[in-house]
Design a binder for this molecule. Sequence first.
Ligand SMILES: Nc1ncnc2c1ncn2[C@@H]1O[C@H](COP(=O)(O)OP(=O)(O)OP(=O)(O)O)[C@@H](O)[C@H]1O
Length: 384
Amino acid sequence: MIRLERLTKIYPGSTIPAVDNISLHIPNGEICILIGSSGCGKTTLMRMINRLEPITSGTIKIDGKDVTHMDVIELRRGIGYAIQQIGLFPHMTVFENITVVPRLLGWNKKRMSERVDELLSLVNLDPAIYRDRYPRELSGGQAQRIGVARAMAANPPVMLMDEPFGAIDPINREVLQDEFLKIQEKLKKTIVFVTHDIHEAVKMGDRIALLDAGNLIQYATPEELLTRPKNQFVKDFVGADRALKRLDLLKVADAMLKNPVRCNTEDASEKILERMIEKDLDYLLVTAPGNRLVGYVNLDMLRGHKGIVGDLARPMSITVRPDQNLKDALSKMLTYDIGIVVAVDDQGVLQGVLNSKTLVSVVGETYDEHGGHWGRITTGGRIL
Ligand SMILES: Nc1ncnc2c1ncn2[C@@H]1O[C@H](COP(=O)(O)OP(=O)(O)OP(=O)(O)O)[C@@H](O)[C@H]1O
């Protein structure tokens, strides 16, 4: 756990604090995002944690230990540091770049070699291809991955990441973010992460610290920041479209109808047709034993058919997973021009159904300025 108490930094020659009396607490295993406009003090705050900047007043404790009382080399061994400019040494190979800290720690060749291969695989680069390359032989995205791998080399429990994906185009950035979140799910590091990008903050952060002119304005979960901005500054910062930003945050599982109406593959087509007409349904999902999604049937398909629905069911053109975010789901719905999408797990078992109406209502639930009330997330009515 990282605990900042009344932390202040005044640069020599300046009278205005770059970081002004900030207290905040970062639980172990969480990603804390520092965000705010240029010059608000994000980098300064971060660099005080590994003592690249001396502290003017206040304290920083990592797992109860005051960083200013620790041996600085010892301190930095426990803290991985990845920065936007990547900072790879141009005259060193990928292998040598990644093993800078392990070499200082006196690891033997075999251990370093295994670690490099493990880290390269973790960041999705083939060790056989990349370990002997020089930084100039890498794309920007690959170099960023190496930067992250290097920061993780000695398996530090804490990582400081200063706009680590800043210089990457938006598409590769999304890919890197997703990969990094997957890694973090496994490794559970305590991470301080600086970004300018509110989308990135909402997506990556367990908590977000919004700074302005050295002051901490709000420290909250992404959900809270979007739905309960503390004041006008926060509202302006997160943007008028904060409702839409919740699409990044909410999962399909938050908005889907969990028990959609369905029928079994073995059901007689005639019987199902009758029931659908009675219940005024145009489409019906078809599942096999174990609730495995087979596809759907509609009224036209069933009319005049004498067998079982399993013989008719058409597979869905697309499905989503419950843990996908609503932005991905909406994007699929728009791409395929469909109003409904079915959620299945990795084994193809039916989990729920998402339709555009419930999606809009879930995303539209924002802070009610007058009553201070939030609508409950509801999945709406039955849609099939
Ligand atoms: N070495 C320094 N000497 C004097 N002032 C500095 C120094 N480094 C930063 N500052 C000032 O401290 C303030 C905070 O800077 P800092 O780099 O922490 O901001 P930031 O939020 O990281 O900005 P950016 O998003 O542009 O990187 C700024 O006003 C900056 O000009």
